[in-house]
Design a protein around this ligand. Structure first.
Ligand code: 3HC
Length: 694
């Protein structure tokens, strides 16, 4: 007989209810039914003196089932109904926590009379990360238990607290070392006769001063710019401190529904699943063999190479870093050390940690020293001939089965692989700068890359804490290919009459921390110029001479030369520069362009939809497997606001029909896939599902 979703077992006078809803015991349909059945038994049977609720498998309840958020209310699992009953239950209830008690899971625990946990358990209310708020009493119970300040901190950050710290805060009554079930049963039996039963809902909130609430409201303007649910959370803590529990409970339900039905929450939930799905790659199954990566080689000790090396040192994997000249090697190693020392100065690492990591680093001037590496990542400058030479040498010296990766951001990985006798082991691993910080890793699958190489690379990404997204070979892969079109369109907008600062302001208002020209100034104007020169050469076109190319030629290359499109004062904020404006005006005059005024709405749509249009083309060509992958790339690599769900989800929210109509009204040509989906009234997420056959 199969195990029921909620298993009942009697341990003396204690009834233990164990939830079996793998993988994370989310509060799905079937869970409340099983728990109610357990409480029915406990209520009727006089021999049952207390109830323990716990999770089977790897965790306690990790939250409401996010997949059921869009179900009609009657079909959705009734978490609030169960929690109301639990709070009023006449016999002692104990939550026995291991793994993670998050969101609705922790709310179940908060509605129990007691909570016990194993030492490595974590508890928290991460709903804000999904654009919602704790909607099953969390906003009302947490401040009653830990005070307003700590509750705000936990609910606004969404970060979990480890059991020992949670015990200090009063969230956990006892830490159980050893067998959790036995410890919880013992605890429950010892409290079987406790009356009156402690109920969090009956406590008062401490510390909700007007100053605290005002400071929290100010602070979220910086930490959660433009987001709804943090505001609601603060409102609800205020209500918890000033009104009866029942009033707060009702207000919470109302605000939860408003948050849940907002595009922001849809965007954040989309990206929650998209990020997890990006690891599921066509041609790679659970059975695809992977190899162990125990030694890594990095070629190039520049900014990129150094940053890449740090990822591995951070997780205890030894790295040999190779350069051609002693000076460059020393400089690279010194930079890595300095980065670690700076982290130590900020108190986020000890001096001992710094030494431990540096001890794992072997500097070398000999490529031969990479002979025993399991993974070799080339991170030299973008020049095909140089890369081909390196890969030819690597083919001759790397051990059999080693993965040979290029960190190229634009070049053809097939061409690089072709110089080796083992193209199945060649892959692109495109890190984003700063490589030790940015979470995105574009994993470039070349035509002959084997499933094993791909599966191992996905595993490596996870191991070093990156979100790995598999992409196909084309110029710029996914992220840079889209950003090039976006940059081109931004330059066109200025040509047509917009000021660079207007273009950036429109994108800042959409939620991007940097607009296209702020980004150009940061990356260096010379980089984009060099790419344009290269592309023109490849296509047999004359040397590019747009307004931005003319700015580069003045020697202003961006922030690194003290200014580019903008000037930068002490505060490093961009300030328009009159001479640069003059270059733009002269350019327009020379080309006979009469400048017109462009609205922020037109700027935003033209830029965002240019990304979407190229994204649709990329999907059609199979360069990305799903639109969710593109969204993940844009959020983790390019600062697109997560609450918009990424450019493709944003477009779906606007309605693809509207996107097509807007593009056409600006004289831009919608990609065939975009037009098709718009005509069929579909979203990109629906297209993803159709492609996956689900
Ligand atoms: N609902 C539905 N599915 C969930 C889920 C949830 N709450 N949490 C995780 N999953 C799924 C994931 O999608 C993934 O599915 P897949 O295997 O098909 O890709 C699987 O469970 C395993 O998840 P992870 O890959 O993330 O596993 P990890 O071990 O790395 O992490 C975790 C486990 C820490 C629990 C992490 O999954 C997590 O943070 N989950 C979200 C927790 C959360 O946000 N809870 C609050 C929900 S909102 C809520 O409760 C509202 C309430 O207040 C009313």
């Amino acid at each position: 007989m199969s195990t029921p979703i909620v298993e009942q077992s009697r341990e003396g006078q204690v009834l233990v209810l164990t939830i079996h809803n793998p993988p994370v015991n989310a509060f799905s349909v079937g869970v409340p039914e099983g728990l109610h059945a357990g409480l029915d038994v406990a209520e009727k049977d006089d021999a049952v003196k207390a109830v323990v609720i716990m999770g089977g498998g790897r965790t306690f309840i990790a939250g409401a089932d996010i997949k059921t958020f869009d179900l009609p209310r009657a079909e959705a699992p009734d978490l609030r109904g169960f929690i109301s009953r639990l709070d009023a239950f006449p016999k002692p209830t104990v939550a026995a926590i291991h793994g993670t008690a998050l969101g609705g899971g922790f709310e179940v625990a908060l509605a129990c009379n007691y909570r016990v946990a194993v030492p490595d358990a974590k508890v928290g209310l991460p709903e804000v990360k999904l654009g919602v708020l704790p909607g099953a009493g969390g906003t009302q119970r947490l401040p009653r238990l830990v005070g307003a300040e700590k509750a705000l901190d936990m609910m606004l950050s969404g970060n979990p607290v480890k059991a020992p710290a949670a015990q200090k805060l009063g969230l956990i009554d006892e830490i159980v070392d050893g067998d959790l079930k036995a410890g919880a049963v013992k605890f429950a039996a010892a409290h079987a006769d406790a009356r009156p039963l402690p109920r969090v809902s009956e406590r008062k909130v401490e510390g909700a001063s007007p100053e605290l609430l005002m400071a929290a409201r100010q602070n979220i303007k910086k930490t959660h710019r433009g987001q709804l649910s943090p505001t609601y959370i603060i409102d609800l803590v205020e209500i918890a401190s000033s009104k009866a529990f029942a009033d707060g409970w009702a207000a919470e339900a109302r605000l939860f529904m408003m948050a849940k039905d907002s595009p922001q929450s849809r965007g954040l939930r989309h990206i929650f699943f998209a990020e997890r799905e990006s690891g599921k790659v066509r041609g790679v199954t659970k059975d695809t063999p992977t190899s162990n990566i125990e030694k890594v080689g990095v070629i190039g000790a520049g900014t990129m190479g150094g940053g890449i090396a740090m990822n591995f040192l951070n997780v205890g994997i030894p790295v040999t870093i190779v350069e051609t000249a002693q000076e460059a090697l020393d400089r690279g190693v010194a930079t890595i050390r300095k980065n670690y020392e700076n982290t130590a100065k900020k108190g986020r690492m000890t001096a001992e940690d710094v030494e431990k990591r540096m001890a794992l680093l072997t500097p070398s001037l000999e490529m031969q020293s990479l002979a025993d590496a399991d993974l070799i990542i080339e991170a030299v400058f973008e020049n095909m001939d140089v890369k081909k030479e390196i890969f030819t040498r690597l083919d001759g010296l790397a051990k059999a089965g080693a993965i040979l990766a290029s960190n190229t951001s634009t070049l053809d990985v097939n061409e690089i692989a072709a110089v080796t006798g083992r193209p199945e082991s060649v892959i692109g691993l495109h890190f984003f700068s700063p490589a030790n910080v940015m979470k995105l890793l574009e994993i470039v699958r070349a035509d002959k890359t084997s499933p094993e190489t791909l599966a191992t690379s996905l595993q490596v990404a996870k191991k070093i804490g990156k979100v790995g997204v598999v992409v196909g070979v084309c110029e710029g892969f996914v992220g840079n290919r889209m950003v090039h079109k976006y940059g081109e369109e931004a330059r066109q907008l200025v040509e047509a009459g917009a000021k660079p600062e207007d273009v950036d302001a429109a994108m800042n208002a959409l939620g991007l921390p940097m607009g296209p020209f702020q980004m150009t100034d940061m990356a260096g104007l010379d980089i984009g110029h060099a790419i344009r020169v290269h592309q023109a050469k490849v296509r047999g076109l004359p040397e590019p001479d747009g307004w931005l190319d003319r700015i580069v030629k003045t020697g202003r290359k961006g922030q690194k030369t003290g200014g580019g499109i903008y000037d930068y004062g002490e505060d490093r904020r961009p300030q328009p520069n009159a001479e640069m404006q003059k270059i733009i005006e002269d350019y327009r005059a020379e080309k006979g362009i009469t400048p017109r005024s462009l609205s922020a709405d037109e700027i935003t749509k033209r830029l965002a939809y240019t990304l979407v249009n190229e994204g649709a083309q990329i999907l059609d060509e199979g360069i990305a497997q799903r639109s969710g992958d593109i969204d993940t790339i844009y959020i983790y690599g390019y600062g697109f606001p997560a609450y918009l769900g990424g450019p493709m989800q944003y477009a779906s929210e606007q309605g693809l029909g509207n996107v097509v109509a807007d593009l056409e009204s600006y004289g831009l040509t919608p990609a065939p896939l975009l037009k098709r989906l718009a005509a069929e009234g579909k979203t990109f997420a629906q297209w993803d599902k159709e492609q996956a056959g689900t």
